[in-house]
Design a protein around this ligand. Structure first.
Ligand code: IMP
Ligand code: MG
Length: 188
């Protein structure tokens, strides 16, 4: 069955555009892992900090392509209500092992205004890592408002699309889709 048909059957709506199918996502994740393997080849244990919930599938796929030892931690950040940022980022830290003197890589699903990643980077910097890099599967360069840190690894650049699937949600829905689609209207 074609991806579009499968998605229509699964979510019961047709108002979407398929942007990246599972194969395309897999290829891009592999290429990102290649860069991370290369850049951290000489690092001791890399601390990965995954930003929940949206990045859970991306992280699961990415870490299985890594050839270096890592420790994985999670942090929860949220600023979105349905399709819009509320402008306030709340962070919930699950008890971390120390980040002092460690090489840290934050893994985020998508960077929109940049507010979430800026807040997270400031929060992690306080913990005294040796180095801090950021990896995001998606980024919307035209929408960035914050003067944010450099994003070291980006999967795909988007325009103004609101995307779901592969972990990303619209009001908690559609995270389970293996493909990434653009939702064409904001009705639930
Ligand atoms: P920012 O703080 O404006 O950069 O928003 C980042 C967060 O908003 C991401 O971590 C996502 O959870 C959510 N978000 C932004 N754009 C989208 C989208 O297109 N689809 C789903 N979630 C999004
Ligand atoms: Mg997120």
């Amino acid at each position: 069955m074609k991806a579009e048909e499968q998605i229509i059957n699964q979510i019961g709506r047709k108002d979407f555009r398929l942007l990246f199918n599972d194969g395309e996502l897999k290829e891009r994740v592999k290429a990102l892992a290649y860069e991370i393997n290369r850049d951290f080849a000489n690092s001791k244990t890399l601390k990965i900090i995954g930003v929940l919930k949206g990045s859970f599938i991306f992280i699961a796929d990415l870490v299985r392509e890594l050839k270096i030892p890592v420790h994985i931690e999670f942090i929860t950040a949220s600023s979105y209500s349905k399709m819009q940022s509320t402008g306030i980022v709340s962070i919930r830290e699950n008890t971390f092992t120390t980040l002092q003197g460690k090489d840290v890589l934050i893994i985020e699903d998508i960077i929109d205004s940049g507010l979430t990643i800026k807040t997270l980077v400031d929060f992690i910097k306080e913990k005294g890592p040796n180095s801090l890099k950021v990896c995001a599967l998606f980024m919307k360069p035209d929408k960035i408002k914050e003067s944010i840190c450099k994003i070291d690894y980006v999967g795909f650049h988007l325009k103004d699309e609101f995307v779901v699937g592969y972990g990303l949600d619209f009001d908690q829905r559609y995270r389970e889709l293996p493909h990434v689609i653009e939702l064409l209207n904001s009705e639930l």
